[in-house]
Design a protein around this ligand. Sequence first.
Ligand code: ADP
Length: 486
Amino acid sequence: MIEVLSVASEAYPLIKTGGLADVAGALPGALGAHGVSMRTLIPGYPAVMREASAGRVVYEFNDLFGAWARLVAGRFAGLDLLVLDASHLYDRPGGPYAGPDGRDFADNWMRFAALSWVAGKLALGIVEGYRPQIVHAHDWQAGLAPAYIKYGPTDQVKTVMTVHNLVFQGHFGWDVFGQLDLPPHAYYESVEYYGGVGFLKAGLATADAITTVSPTYAREIRTPAFGAGLDGLINARASVLSGITNGIDVGAWDPSTDAELPQGYSANTLHKRAANKTAIRERFGLEATDGPLFAVVSRLTSQKGIDLITANVDWLVSLGATLMILGSGDGQLEADLLAAAGRHAGRVAMYRGYDEGLSHLIQGGADAILIPSRFEPCGLTQLYGLRYGCVPVVARVGGLADTVIDANEAAVEAGVATGVQFSPVASEALGEAIKRTVDLFRNEKVWRKMQRRGMKADVSWSGSARKYANLYASLLGQERDEQFGD
Ligand code: ADP
């Protein structure tokens, strides 16, 4: 077995704000079959400590960035966790990064430097009987972990830096550097970023391997348009960069057993989905038109192209379609969508907020899901859509481009289409895609085939887990055993 320590600031089902949590929660389970044992180091937020309070204390720190802290080990919520119980850093109301008022915690640099610093110590074997061979850091919150290891006393432990979204970089003032417990030369070699400290930048500069969550995104971030200021560094490190597409938890997301659905169904009983569509319509007062029920399940941000949806609402309704929106985020985007729902009562409905259960119902009842992202490292929503027969209508970027097969004439003819892609990411192109989707929907035979095809696509973690396992093995200079495949 290869021992890997995953370092993540979120892991489903304990704590989640986005796709990173899904990955950190699902990957460990999928890696077992590929000869990898993965433990996860996670901050002891209140929601995590509620589960972990009965765990085993495996280490105590007298002074972890200013106060006492400890590591609690155990299996919680199905995950093999090392929880960093540090009340001065994590025991506070709000989300993982921001308080109840929505403002980022001022000491986020310290909260996540501490997480990474502890990962560096774990790599040295501070917990008896445990020493990882690989430390796998996720996003900027864990970005310093590869740096602590590189500048630490051993280079035996290899590091992987995974970028789930390059836009979030953990950029702080230069003055925090002195408190990070890194040697001075680390500043100019790796950590310095535009005159300050860049946590993700440090990880990208020091990790033995860099991955992103889809091959297309791995190519895109080498360009100025998607590189968010780091494309120069990423190009310099291109030889260790690869893209591994995310899977989804096909146990939690299974339309035949999903407890959130009034009516379960499979690819062979697609007609049963109608009951779920009715449930959505009744709950949100949507009329039963003969056009498709489109859905949006998303953070409401500019990245997600939500303004393009607003621009197309009237058009969508004029085509006889209806629209169900689940999301929260940017105040202006929320207001615009609520206004559109008010204007088109019975045709457009919006639930403002975050509701996991409702996201399942929507995937299990709506006909198509709109994902007009300006960039999308991988995206999970389209994968849930494929799995649930909720046809994804996506911008041709990042992981959306890698996972959806556009219903162009040749693909429909060959019976391989699973959704609709559009490009460029602009209002008119989305409008055309919506029209194309409405036309496809009206051809029931073609539509059903597309739904079935999507439902049969392999969106599980097994293929991606094999790729991660192979990456870990290659970093350790190991040949993979036959039993684990290539
Ligand atoms: P990102 O991580 O950029 O937000 P992803 O598509 O990778 O985008 O992952 C988003 C995840 O969050 C998916 O699991 C999606 O279903 C979920 N999600 C987003 N908004 C909501 C919401 N308002 N309610 C429930 N789930 C949501």
